[in-house]
Design a protein around this ligand. Structure first.
Ligand code: ADP
Ligand code: MG
Length: 549
């Protein structure tokens, strides 16, 4: 800021130097000035240039740093949002907010900040100078100023509206990109390449449409300002020229005044253009802060207690749950699971099995009732500590585009290499890992796309093994596999379940015969429970499911 003020001051001096140039050299024919003035001018430009370099470099640094911090903060905030947030906002939308909207904010922050500070001081300096030189002449030239500012603010308002529309269209385009790139296999299978390309192009057309609307106004605003500027200068020529002819003023004063006025044009133009950047930045800020203002999981959960080291029992007490105020997905679940017990949950699809187990790590908060660990309500426990004691293996294996090693070590970042190898071995994954081109260092592709389903599942089991959590949730961990792969994975799972309290949801009833207890869930209620044999004897829902298979 200091550099900018100095820069602005030196700009004013530039206009001032014209006065002695004309009056001393041309009018008074003073030859000594011929040496001093050019030297002074060169010196002026050099000093001005140095300060310009410093402020513009530093402003870039400040701008980029602010934006980086904001991006990280936004990403962190998004990471801490509860799961329903991710169901409501598409991936593309979120990517667009973090990258695109924050980028627009950067425009507003760095370019606008420079403009505001530098040009504001320049305008102040030059205005002061022209007023000091000849206030009557100055006021005459400012007749058109109110008109200019009026049109600037008018344009700004509609610009903001268009900017929001444009950002929404960009977010949609990101969404389309993300979905179709991730789902490229399905796009191809249904030969929808052209359809998707068209959909994308239409969104980009929308972006162009709104950008052009703004461009039209901006292109109109500039000449308009110039016309007003020209009118002002014409007035000055007529009146100021007359003053010089009458002898009331000198040519030096007149031209120095005119130079200052012309120099005023650029910063004023910048200041008016800046309004657009501000409007766009404000529109982007609205979208960014809409996310930042949403309370995250950390703010919403007040628990401070730590999870007990040994989990003796988990109890569901009168638990009811619904996703969004509709009818209950779970209804009055009462269930006590003892340490080391394997509880299988079966039932037709949509019955609420996944929902039930998702409540244990508090992915969703209960409607009614409570879940207790060793008699302590899980809402009083910090999320971090609660989730650190729970390992999950689900049907859709989420792996990251990194090495095999890193994917397994995700379960415990501080583990040793031996532990990773041991986990891979217990998960029956070591053999196939060794056959990969670079063993543990092989990059497995996005979501592990270079591995087979069974291999992926065994990696995610190794990851869960490494986490070594006392509570284990298996949500249809083998459903996506064929019988052969399932047998391998089942062996891995048997290792994983040792000495853990396990909830296992299974499609194939053959995989849960070993369970200590089987719960049959239907319509959000536990309708039957007992051992495999007991349930068969009961000749109820379970027996029917069993027969069907
Ligand atoms: P299951 O695992 O037994 O197949 P789920 O627990 O996944 O069943 O689903 C139970 C019910 O909850 C279903 O009717 C489903 O439509 C609904 N449901 C699941 N997830 C959500 C969600 N994120 N938002 C709204 N409803 C959901
Ligand atoms: Mg399910």
């Amino acid at each position: 800021m200091i550099c900018m003020v100095i820069f602005a001051g030196l700009s004013t001096t530039q206009a001032y130097i014209i006065k002695p140039l004309l009056d001393k050299i041309f009018v008074e024919q003073d030859a000594s000035m011929l040496k001093i003035l050019p030297l002074a001018l060169v010196l002026l430009f050099i000093v001005k240039g140095i300060f310009q370099f410093i402020y513009s470099y530093m402003m870039e640094e400040v701008g980029f740093t602010i934006i980086k911090n904001l991006r990280v903060k936004l990403f962190e905030h998004v990471m801490w949002q509860p799961l329903p947030f991710f169901h409501k906002n598409s991936t593309g939308e979120l990517v667009s907010r973090i990258m695109n909207d924050v980028g627009l904010l950067q425009n507003a922050v760095s370019s606008t900040l420079v403009t505001i500070l530098r040009d504001f001081f320049r305008v102040i300096g030059l205005l002061g100078y022209v007023l000091y030189q000849d206030w009557k002449l100055s006021l005459l030239s400012f007749i058109f100023l109110p008109l200019t500012f009026y049109s600037i603010t008018m344009f700004g308002k509609s610009y903001r509206r268009y900017s929001i529309k444009m950002q929404e269209a960009i977010a949609m385009a990101y969404s389309i990109l993300n979905e179709t790139l991730v789902g490229s296999r399905i796009v191809k299978a249904f030969t929808k390449e052209k359809y998707e390309v068209d959909r994308f192009a239409v969104k980009l057309d929308e972006v162009i449409y709104f950008t052009l609307k703004d461009a039209k106004m901006r292109s109109f605003a500039r000449p308009l300002m110039e016309v007003f500027g020209g009118l002002g200068i014409a007035l000055i020529m007529w009146y100021g020229g007359g003053q010089v002819l009458k002898g009331a003023s000198t040519p030096g004063t007149f031209f120095s005044f005119l130079a200052a006025l012309v120099m005023l044009y650029e910063p004023i133009k910048n200041l008016s253009g800046m309004n657009n950047a501000i409007q766009q930045g404000a529109a982007a800020a609205e979208r960014v802060f809409a996310v930042l203002d949403m309370p995250g999981e950390r703010e919403m959960s007040s628990g401070t207690a730590l999870m007990p080291d040994s989990v003796k029992q988990i109890e569901f007490r009168d638990v009811s749950f619904n996703y969004d105020e509709h009818e209950n997905v779970l209804e009055e679940i009462n269930l006590t699971v003892k340490c080391g017990e394997i509880v299988a949950i079966v039932g037709i699809s949509g019955g609420g099995k996944t929902t039930l187990v998702n409540l244990v790590p508090r992915f969703y908060d209960l409607g009614k009732g409570s879940i207790l660990v060793n008699g302590q309500d899980i809402r009083s426990i910090t999320l971090q500590s609660l989730r650190s004691k729970i390992a999950i293996v689900s049907q859709e294996t989420i792996l990251f585009n990194d090495t095999v090693y890193k994917n397994i070590a995700y379960g415990d970042m501080e583990c040793t290499e031996d532990q990773v190898i041991a986990a891979a071995e217990s998960a029956y994954a070591l053999d196939f890992i060794k056959q990969l081109p670079e063993g543990f260092e092989t990059i497995i592709g996005e979501s592990g796309s270079r591995l087979s389903g069974g291999q992926r599942q065994r990696l995610s089991i190794a990851r869960a093994l490494l986490k070594n959590a006392p509570i284990l949730i298996l949500d249809e961990a083998t459903s996506a596999l064929d019988t052969e792969a399932e047998r391998e994975v089942q062996k891995a799972l048997d290792n994983l379940m040792k000495n853990r309290t396990t909830f296992v949801i299974a499609h194939r009833l053959s995989t849960i015969k070993k369970a200590d207890r089987i719960l049959v869930i239907q319509g959000g209620r536990i309708v039957e429970q007992g051992s495999h044999e007991q349930l068969l004897e009961k000749k109820g829902v379970y027996e029917r499911l069993h027969k069907l298979q």
